[in-house]
Ligand binder design. Structure first.
Ligand SMILES: [Zn+2]
Length: 285
């Protein structure tokens, strides 16, 4: 099974019971997140899910994140293979601004495992000013990679797979990335700089956001407008109905509208142009 052209849904391990419902359509797949992600992969596989499955340990995020020079775990790779992951991901630490040592340490270790994907969680400078060095280094090692880009200024999409992304996942696919993963909830769509302040404080029920195709972005459910949605979750109702909906309903709306956009992308004769036209249309809307 390969990952080509897949738009994956990135979920927490605790979402394991709902996950398959969000990734049932062709062209999709799942990334489980956290220390027990390989257990979720095993469980979903045993239950007969035959789409792509990945496990992202995410040691690179949070206040206790490790630096990219940390030793990568061979057991973590073996556990994923044994669980039935499509390809094992490295349990990389974070690659800070100009931390060449960390970048090389991850790639150097990853090449020893055939078929493993080197996870590269990078400071935003790596996809802006230092982009040529990043691309050259990745090309030199020749090992498959997946980027996680820390929150920062907008950047031009790279033709490289993305984990824990928002709508940038579609941008990456449009620019030739083999696959990309969109997080099902806010925290899985970002890599926050550390230390970070939680904006807006703690909201009851968590920060649920719905994808609004006209805005090409996720909008907190409390701020949804009058627009209607024709997906098979919303049935033509105004999107605002999601403010009172269960999280699974919001997420299945998200999965459906993103799947529809993904299909349009795959049918486009010129994907990059399709992406920029879509961006322009939503920015001027
Ligand atoms: Zn909908």
């Amino acid at each position: 099974m390969d990952l080509r052209d897949r738009l994956l849904v990135q979920v927490s391990t605790r979402d394991v019971y709902d996950a398959v419902a969000l990734a049932g359509h062709p062209g999709s797949g799942l990334v489980f997140t956290g220390q027990a992600a390989h257990d979720a992969v095993r469980m979903v596989r045993r239950n007969g899910y035959d789409g792509p499955l990945l496990a992202d340990r995410r040691r690179y995020a949070g206040s206790a994140r490790v630096r990219g020079t940390a030793r990568l775990s061979a057991d973590w790779i073996a556990d994923q293979v044994e669980a039935g992951a499509t390809a094992p991901l490295t349990d990389s630490g974070y690659i800070g601004k100009r931390d060449h040592e960390a970048l090389h340490a991850i790639l150097e270790q990853a090449i020893q495992w055939e078929g493993a994907i080197a996870v590269l969680p990078v400071h935003p400078r790596w996809v802006a000013e230092d982009r040529p060095v990043l691309v050259r280094t990745i090309t030199d090692y020749g090992t498959p990679v997946a980027l996680v880009v820390e929150d920062g200024p907008p950047y031009r999409p790279l033709p490289l797979p993305l984990l824990s992304a928002g709508v940038a996942a579609l941008g990456a696919l449009a620019h030739g990335a083999e696959w990309a993963a969109i997080g099902v909830r806010e925290v899985l769509r970002h890599l926050y700089p550390e230390p970070h302040e939680v904006r807006g404080g703690w909201r009851r029920g968590g920060a649920r956001s719905a994808f609004v195709p006209e805005r090409l972005d996720f909008v907190p459910v409390e701020r949804l407008g009058e627009g209607t949605c024709g997906c098979s979750t919303c049935h033509g109702r105004p999107l605002r109905h999601l403010a009172r909906a269960e999280e699974i309903e919001v997420n299945s709306h998200n999965a459906k509208v993103l799947h529809r956009l993904h299909n349009r992308l795959l049918r486009a004769t010129h994907r990059e142009r399709w992406w920029w036209e879509l961006r322009d249309a939503t920015l001027t809307a």
